[in-house]
Design a protein around this ligand. Sequence first.
Ligand code: DC
Length: 231
Amino acid sequence: MPLTIAIDGPVGAGKSTVSDAAAEALGILHLDTGAMYRAAGLAASRQGISPDDEEGVARAVRAADIAVRYENGRQVTMLNGEDVSTAIRTQEAGQMASAVSRFAPVRRQMVKLQQQLARTTAMLVDGRDIGTVVLPDAPVKIFLTASPEARALRRQRELIEKGQKADFETILAEVNARDDQDTHREVDPLRQAEDAVVLDSSEMTFEETVAAILRIVFEKTGIRPVGEAKA
Ligand code: DC
């Protein structure tokens, strides 16, 4: 079994960017499973299916060819042969993903695909149910979190940097709504695995968070970042 590292946590905790950096330092691939649910959401919304129509969503996702490939070590998310890596990054795609990820048939399909990918290659996998459902035997499980306020503040800064409108209270309300939907859904809700190490990044910089993850990986497996000399 190749090395697997499971990182779970709520929206806006910085999982994606921190996971990218940690995987690169370790010389392994990063699988962003949220991107797969986003592609599933896009498959349904492109067919005009309501996010509340469980049967319609399940049918559209079953018929869709969702795949992940890697180019220069970077994940490319594919829907029916099209690179949708950019199309899935909108706020609406995130909300659609959160909605369709409530449905058991969609989750079963995505989990199977994620398990197949992690079986063949060493990977750092980030999501909501990785340590609990997808890779319960992963030797490293991290629950990366931050306060809703810290996560909303980061999101606000990102939007301002992109020159977009960003009202803090609106963003905070969105963060709380996504948390509520992700933690209260019936199937595989976001929760911390019993054997996960909790990392609260509210007061940490990006670099500190990556360093903390690499430290946990070393403590659990003895594996160091590529090129780092043995002490
Ligand atoms: O991490 P993200 O924002 O790209 O994820 C989009 C949505 O997908 C998120 O609201 C919940 C869902 N998701 C999930 O249910 N399970 C995962 N392993 C990853 C994401």
